[in-house]
Ligand binder design. Structure first.
Ligand code: ATP
Ligand code: MG
Length: 328
């Protein structure tokens, strides 16, 4: 198929006033590149869900324009638009009286796909999110765990191969451990399918882990900062952002900064624990602390690039800061 698998989204001066005059979104502009996962974070009631629902036109805009793949959503046929946009609703929203397989098949069926093509797609998607069609396909939503239901929600949203995926707190209903696993699987999935994803969460750690970029919103969807996780952590631009990302942002930064490729010191004799060149500083530090030599080796394939000690990790962390000449 020649059709793009991911599309850019552009919000330009977007405003939403609900009936009765409540302003949920005052004036929001945001550019989202095709294939990026953007996490919208912000406190409860700041307008995150409202923004998502305007993108797929479940809500009309009061002012401004939203473009999906260059098309003004208000000028698009809503049905056609929603076919191109997968949507995971806050609180899951599976159809309770339909089996898991039927839930996932919803949109392909609406699109009139043949029975065999729908069946194939459902199996493929359940497999993709780590569920076995033979075990789970015939069950009903209440017969799955919360985490499994959320995976079905993701599979259903992906079913018709949308160019955009909107996810409203898709992992909020599960415990932290299951959540970590879901996030890991989701990252793997995104590496495969590479959709443009707008992902709402109020969990900063989740945003850091999953987002290519993070948009931090305050009341009325005011854009406090928009940048990569590293940028947000290293140089929060407003008090709101620094308070929102939390006091332990130094530690969080370790999880987003990669080990350096150059400037490593020569390995002293002995067996050191190692990480690959793709590791984060946090992984390097954790390996270092697991060993007893005070060093961690950085490997690129079979090449030994050198070692780091704790001081080097600290220096690398500071060097990873996108801000320049900062004195903190
Ligand atoms: N149908 C509605 N009519 C009037 N006001 C609404 C409506 N839906 C939402 N609001 C208000 O708009 C604001 C934004 O709501 P929204 O659901 O977008 O917030 P949110 O950031 O998604 O919050 P949460 O994190 O709790 O899900 C809130 O103040 C809410 O009360
Ligand atoms: Mg919401």
């Amino acid at each position: 198929m020649s059709r793009a698998t991911a599309a850019p989204i552009r919000l330009d001066g977007v405003r939403k006033e609900y009936d009765g005059g409540a302003v949920a979104v005052a004036d929001l502009s945001l550019d989202i590149e095709a294939g990026d996962l953007v996490a919208l974070v912000g406190p409860s009631g700041c307008g995150k869900s409202t923004v998502l629902r305007m993108v797929n036109r479940l809500l009309d805009l009061s002012a401004g324009t939203i473009y999906v793949d260059g098309d003004d959503v208000m000028g698009s046929d809503p049905v056609e638009l929603r076919r191109r946009i997968g949507y995971c609703i806050q609180h899951i929203g599976l159809f309770p009286h339909q089996t898991i397989a039927a839930n996932v098949a919803t949109v392909p069926r609406l699109l009139g796909w043949s029975r065999s093509r729908v069946d194939e797609r459902v199996e493929e998607l359940l497999d993709l999110v780590g569920l076995d069609i033979a075990v789970h396909g015939k069950r009903y939503p209440h017969q799955l765990s919360g985490g499994q239901r959320q995976r079905v929600g993701v599979a259903r949203a992906l079913a018709a191969d949308p160019v955009v995926l909107l996810m409203d707190e898709p992992f909020s209903a599960v415990d932290p451990i299951a959540r970590g696993k879901l996030q890991e699987e989701f990252l793997r999935l995104q590496a495969d399918v590479r959709k443009t994803i707008v992902f709402v969460t109020h969990d900063v750690d989740e945003a850091i882990r999953l987002g290519d970029k993070i948009a931090v919103l305050s009341e009325e969807a005011k854009l406090e900062q928009y940048g990569t996780p590293a940028e947000i952590l290293r140089s929060p631009q407003t008090t709101f952002v620094s308070e929102f990302v939390g006091a332990d942002r130094g530690v969080k930064s370790l999880s987003v900064a990669k080990v350096p490729r150059v400037g490593l010191r020569a390995a002293p004799p002995g067996e050191h624990p190692h990480v690959t060149i793709h590791a984060t500083l946090r992984e390097a530090l954790s390996q270092l602390l697991d060993g007893d030599t005070g060093h961690v080796t950085i490997l690129d394939g079979r090449d030994n690039l050198g070692v780091m000690n704790t001081e080097d990790i600290y220096t690398a962390l500071r060097a990873s800061s996108p801000s320049t000449g900062e004195s903190d």
